[in-house]
Design a protein around this ligand. Structure first.
Ligand code: C2E
Ligand code: CA
Ligand code: CA
Length: 712
């Protein structure tokens, strides 16, 4: 861009003036006038005829020319000399001088391109200076305008974007070559009717485009901008961004609109990829939870609508969770686990019809959503799914077997949100797990009720723990040889404000599912140790013990040994006054670490009893090597003595023999009748416990019992 020197320079501009004038007097007069002007300064070159003038123009640059129209060497037309100068240097501003008082010539000169005309008689210093200066300025601004127009033309031609310019009055539209190229056409293949644009717009986008344009034309917005699809010559659609502004007249009427067209197909594709990624699982490419919920929502709405119009369209959601997948992952490695999940995805997809949705919710959880007019259809698919899992998976050449548990929810029913359906399918799946895995369960309302009750109970239990509403009952353990009380088993109790007494069979699983088990067991152990310390102090002669149950989970909790040790120490009892009751499975489950933990408890000096003995699968050889003291015969054998006398009696007798052989004590629990007691005594079982001897009782009753010191 040509910047005007005066814009940036404080010094006056210097303009080079070529004067072509044959009259020396006139030339001198001009020279005199110009000398009087100081801003801008003029430096004058005088040529006395046209030939000289043209020669000077050829040799050097001038800012402006002052040409006499009556030169001796010009043609007969007074404008001739101007024309020759102008032809030679079209970009040089020319002011014509004429001696004739002839408006007509002056007018023609200006029409032909002269910047100004001056009558010699009227020329004054200020007028001359201004005229020359004005001629220069005008030429400059014309040049700038021309340049910018050219630049615009170049821009239109070279632009990545297509340009359009719509004359609304004539209803004609200019579409640039690039605009046409975006839709795959050559310049001459598309004319200037606006339909050339609108008829190519995707039918689904047309109304939106038209209303945007209308709104803008009516003055509702500063510009319009809309993405739409447009048909390409190849028959496919491209995504484009159309932008435009309205040009309005003095009455705010839009008479013209212009703008651009940008091909955004690639960006759209990238966006679609992102969208795809956001809605699909990266490993398997299956829909993820977000997309499943979306589809479930749509399915649900459709099903409700269909139900209103009487047609029984319904659907089902199968929720599949692989059994013990964590073990597989841990033992095979994560890459192999991923392989298995991928193969799983293929198998599930192969099981269903194209319109059904198989999704992966993450981890080893998959769902299948499909139409279903009858629960038997859902059951059939669940059955097929379980069957498909029976074929081993080939993971790196190795056969891997997995089973899965499936929960089924059937809609629409009373469902309002997709989340509810997913939740219920999950609940049913969970039920399938607890019922033994590798099976399916259809959700019913009762399950939901159970879950809610569980949740409520869990909340209540948490509060009960906080408020110390749990307490212990104590059931006497009798020495069958002496008939004397030798200890108690501590049993957990909870008096629920609304539900009444809650028993450990409910409390313990609940506590284990939440994080409450640690707090509860610590409290129970401390409480019973303290209680024992109190009773031992009151009755030093009785040599009482306290038995406490430890669930499998409790036994596996890190720090359990330390916790037992600190409870003993805090209460002041001797370690061997405390007996821990463990189940066979707790001891056998994870043999290595369990054994170490047992040994550490034994090293503390506490007694270790195996509870419910005979119901588990103890390896006798293993039992032999464990640091235990007592086998506590399970209640079922004791109560069996009445019903199927011989058999149960034989089992009890076997256990007693076994214990003797292993050098262990034997206790019988659940003694309910005198007959049972007699039998057990005959078999020479050392300890007895049961309702027939004494029921579990609170600490006051137990203290009372200690005071009377009765013999059984
Ligand atoms: P368990 O260790 O076998 O405890 C004996 C259970 O049998 C107690 O039930 C007791 O009330 C009941 N019982 C005692 N004598 C008889 C009888 O003659 N006939 C019958 N039918 N039952 C009798 P409870 O208190 O409901 O406890 C059930 C189970 O809960 C216990 O079985 C024990 O495994 C567990 N448990 C109890 N308290 C705790 C605790 O503080 N911590 C842990 N981890 N488990 C506990
Ligand atoms: Ca017990
Ligand atoms: Ca027991």
């Amino acid at each position: 861009m040509t910047t005007h020197p005066r814009d940036t320079d404080a010094r006056p501009e210097r303009l080079e003036v070529l004067l072509i004038e044959d009259s020396p007097d006139d030339a001198r007069q001009v020279e005199g006038h110009l000398a009087l002007t100081s801003n801008p300064r003029f430096s004058l070159t005088v040529c006395p005829n046209l030939a000289d003038g043209l020669g000077a123009l050829e040799r050097r640059d001038f800012d402006v020319a002052l040409v006499d129209l009556s030169l001796p060497d010009s043609g007969s037309d007074p404008l001739d000399s101007f024309r020759q100068v102008h032809r030679m240097r079209a970009d040089l501003p020319v002011v014509v001088l004429t001696g004739m008082d002839d408006d007509e010539v002056a007018r023609r000169a200006v029409q032909a391109g002269a910047m100004d005309f001056l009558f010699k008689d009227e020329v004054q210093p200020s007028l001359l200076g201004r005229s020359l200066q004005y001629a220069v300025e005008r030429m400059r601004s014309e040049r700038r305008l021309r340049e910018s127009e050219e630049r615009y033309a170049l821009a239109v031609e070279g632009a990545h974007d297509g340009i359009w310019d719509w004359d609304l009055d004539r209803n004609r539209i200019y579409l640039s070559p690039r605009w046409k190229a975006i839709v795959g056409h050559d310049d001459d293949e598309i004319d200037d009717r606006p339909e050339e644009w609108f008829e190519r717009v995707h039918p689904a986008d047309l109304a939106r485009l038209e209303s945007e344009i209308r709104a803008h034309a009516e003055g509702g917005s500063s510009h319009f901008e809309i993405e739409h699809r447009i048909r390409h010559k190849d028959g496919g659609y491209r995504w484009v961004l159309s932008r435009g502004v309205a040009v309005r007249d003095r009455h705010e009427r839009t008479y013209r609109m212009a703008g651009s067209l940008t091909d955004v197909t690639r960006r759209k594709a990238a966006e679609e990829q992102l969208l795809h990624d956001a809605l699909h699982d990266a490993l398997t490419g299956l829909p993820n939870r977000a997309l499943l919920l979306d589809r479930l929502g749509i399915t649900l709405a459709q099903a409700h609508r269909a139900a209103q119009s009487g047609s029984p369209v319904s659907f089902c959601l199968l929720f599949l969770d692989l059994d013990r997948f964590k073990n597989i992952n841990d033992s095979l490695g994560h890459a192999e686990g991923d392989q298995l999940l991928l193969a799983m995805a293929h198998r599930l997809t192969a099981l269903v019809r194209p319109g059904d949705t198989v999704a992966r919710l993450g981890g080893d959880e998959f769902t299948i959503l499909m139409p279903c007019h009858d629960p038997s259809i859902a059951e059939a698919v669940a059955g097929r799914t379980l069957a498909a899992l029976e074929v081993p998976f080939d993971v790196n050449g190795r056969d891997v077997y997995v089973t899965g548990s499936i929960g089924i929810a059937i809609g629409p029913g009373e469902y309002h949100t997709p989340e509810e359906i997913l939740r219920d399918a999950d609940t049913a799946m969970y039920r399938a797990k607890t019922e033994g895995r590798a099976r399916y369960v259809i959700f019913d309302r009762e399950m939901h009720h159970d879950v809610l009750t569980m949740l409520q109970l869990e909340t209540d239990l948490r509060r009960a723990v906080d408020r110390r509403e749990l307490h212990l009952h104590y059931q006497p353990i009798i020495s069958l040889r002496t008939g004397r009380l030798c200890g108690f088993e501590a049993l957990l109790r909870w008096n629920h404000a609304e539900r009444g007494p809650v028993y450990p069979a409910e409390i313990i699983p609940l506590a284990e599912e939440s994080d409450l088990i640690g707090r509860i067991s610590e409290w129970a152990i401390r409480e019973s140790c303290n209680q024992l310390a109190e009773w031992r102090e009151e009755h030093p002669d009785l040599d009482l013990t306290m038995s406490i149950n430890l669930s499998n989970k409790q036994f596996q909790q890190p720090g359990v040994v330390e916790m037992v040790a600190s409870s003993i120490e805090a209460s002041g009892i001797q370690p061997n006054h405390l007996r821990l009751e463990l189940t066979e499975s707790a001891i056998m489950d994870s043999a290595g670490s369990a054994r170490l933990r047992l040994q550490r408890l034994r090293d503390l000096g506490v007694g270790l009893d195996i509870d419910d003995f005979g119901t588990g699968y103890s390896s006798l050889s293993y039992l032999h090597r464990l640091p235990i003291d007592t086998l506590k015969i399970d209640r079922s054998f004791v109560s069996g003595i009445d019903r199927n006398g011989r058999e149960s009696r034989q089992i009890v007798s076997l256990i007693v023999d076994l214990a003797r052989h292993l050098g262990l004590s034997v206790a019988a629990e659940g003694l309910e009748t005198s007959e049972q007691l007699e039998t057990i005594r005959e078999l020479d079982c050392e300890f007895g416990q049961g309702f027939f001897l004494a029921r579990p009782m609170d600490k006051h009753a137990a203290a009372e019992l200690l005071r009377i010191d009765r013999v059984w």
